[in-house]
Design a protein around this ligand. Structure first.
Ligand code: BGC
Length: 422
């Protein structure tokens, strides 16, 4: 057990040291670490800030954008290890358990009881927020990862049909290319390529085998022909992305659709927040459709906050006020409207006319009833960042190295997961 903890600490310290962020902190009332820095994300984060200020606290922004939270987590590790963590931090999935196991997190049971979290949080998501039966994190939303975003103006100009399966996806991609559009906008960062692969894997394997592969790390599922097929499809996508994607962040990539240069993007519904922030209308400029072959599946990504053990009563009170605010109907409605996600509370109405949100909620309910809810690998809901980054490396290496075969990538993926778990 101790050896395992040491391994985590060691890994955290090393990966944290590689990051080059300022450690300067000034005294603050509520310092909140997050990575919501795109236009839509920043609007959502301001709902959080306003609520905290209305409760009489001062908000200190600890925003570390980039790489879907990887940079933020590296920075957080340095702060936590040097004994100076922020009061609150955006941490997700099994990573919550790791921080709790190391003794960093405040127990939130009192707040959860007072605020009736049991009745508000969908059952399958409650476990993620708990460690040894105690609440240690507060969930705020449900993002669906397996979306395909469609620029309707490009589709009309190219006379392309909205894809429902892989045949229609590649037919549309060809037409978009002929009409002079970038068919598939993809930022060349490991997590973005992994987000695309995630949807491909969910589609080809189906939710049950996806979970066997990426949650249980079952050997048979990981080495199956379906994983080879997912890599084969990923290879086919190479010809539809532009050459200048290397290092481009996800919101600049969504921008390519907003600016009518690209036809499609595979991304979670935080992309919807970007379209809305650019004043684009769903059904007019853009629309959403489930990634080919995943209409009945739901790859979920739940954002949540943890609270580091406070030093005094006043810090404790600030945390309590923030944690209690997160599940209020007002915060749930306003934050998620900008963020593109579903409220974690299903009694909170969705924004009028947001058909993507409605489809998302219907798909979640269907998946919950049919046992097909799948924690997203690429967004840290199925495993810790340690295993996840090994998976990202393999997928990224394959995408940018046409010499490697899909079978070789499948085997490399299995080996990487094995050694990351060891
Ligand atoms: C987070 C989202 C965020 C996205 C891009 C995801 O992993 O869950 O809240 O908008 O990364 O930054």
């Amino acid at each position: 057990m101790m050896a395992r903890l040491n391994k985590y600490l060691f890994h955290w310290i090393i990966s944290g040291m590689l990051a080059t962020y300022s450690l300067a902190v000034s005294a603050s009332d509520v310092e909140v670490l997050h990575w919501w820095t795109s236009a839509g994300e920043a609007k959502a984060a301001s709902v959080l800030r306003e609520g905290i200020e209305q409760r009489g606290h001062q908000w200190q922004d600890f925003a570390v954008g980039g790489r879907a939270g990887i940079s933020a987590m590296n920075t957080l590790r340095i702060r936590a290890i040097s004994g100076n963590p922020p009061l609150a931090a955006q941490i997700k999935g099994p990573e919550i358990t790791e921080w709790a196991r190391l003794g960093f997190l405040r127990n939130l049971n009192e707040i959860a009881e007072a605020e009736h979290w049991e009745d508000k949080i969908p059952a399958p998501l409650r476990d993620v927020m708990q460690y040894q039966g105690n609440y240690v994190a507060a969930p705020i939303n449900i993002h669906r990862v397996n979306w395909l975003w469609v620029n309707l103006r490009a589709f009309e100009a190219a006379n392309a049909d909205i894809p429902t399966d892989f045949d229609s996806f590649f037919a549309a991609a060809d037409k978009l290319q002929q009409a002079g559009y970038i068919p598939l906008a993809l930022g060349g960062e490991p997590w973005q390529v992994a987000t695309l692969f995630d949807s491909l894997a969910l589609s080809v394997l189906g939710p049950q085998d996806y979970q066997r592969a990426f949650l249980d790390f079952d050997r048979k599922a990981l080495l199956s022909d379906d994983v080879v097929k997912a890599f084969t499809l990923l290879a086919k996508m190479r010809q539809y992305v532009d050459d200048s994607g290397q290092g481009r962040n996800w919101s600049d990539t969504t921008r390519l659709l907003i600016d009518n240069q690209a036809g499609m993007q595979v991304m979670g519904d935080w992309a919807k927040g970007e379209f809305f922030a650019a004043n684009q209308q769903e059904g007019n400029a853009f629309t959403c459709v489930a990634f080919p072959g995943t209409k009945k599946a739901f790859s979920y990504n739940v954002d949540s906050f943890v609270f580091f053990k406070p030093n005094n009563q006043s810090e404790r009170q600030s945390q309590t006020d923030m944690a209690s605010y997160l599940l209020t109907p007002q915060f749930q409605r306003d934050f998620n409207r900008y963020k593109g996600s579903l409220p974690i509370r299903f009694d909170v109405p969705l924004p009028q006319g947001d058909r993507c949100a409605q489809q998302s909620r219907d798909a979640f309910i269907y998946a919950q009833e049919n046992g097909t809810l799948s924690p997203s690998m690429s967004h840290g809901l199925s495993t810790t960042r340690y295993v996840q980054s090994a998976v990202f490396d393999v997928i990224n290496e394959f995408f940018y190295n046409p010499e490697q075969t899909p079978r070789e990538a499948t085997e490399a993926l299995y080996r990487a997961i094995l050694s990351a778990q060891a």
